[in-house]
Design a protein around this ligand. Sequence first.
Ligand SMILES: [Zn+2]
Length: 164
Amino acid sequence: MAKEICPGCGIELEQVETPTHAYIGASPSCWALHTGLLARQYEGFGALTPIRVIDAYAVQHHGIAERRAIQSVNAHWVALYLQLEKGFTGEQVNVALQRVLKFANEFVWLEPPTPNGTMTIADVLKAGNPEQQANAIENYARDIWNAWQGHRATVLKWAARVEQ
Ligand SMILES: [Zn+2]
């Protein structure tokens, strides 16, 4: 089987035939791991997870500098901040993101850092039970949060407008 390298997280996996996301910059095989994790969560494995997976994943898989990708990265970057530094729940994040997206036309491309985090979704999938998985998701979110700190001023700017 041929291998492919994910343009977001850099993981090398066997190629799959399934489609990838339209603007989240993941290889099809990496995207399949992500959807597999979501499926596992829906089935009840990892119901304890307080941190959303999608925010770290979408920031790490920044895609290319086009409108939808820029909007996605900025919005999920704010969502990471609100969860990790402000203790927002997933529901509170959803409400906040509706406000963030009202000024999406002001979003700018955020240059991805090198390295773009040290963890991948594959590390989260190694968890053997829901508690380990919740911890792995939080570690993954913090890993991406730390890697992208060069854009901290941007996230604080958007978050200040959300909190008004
Ligand atoms: Zn990836």
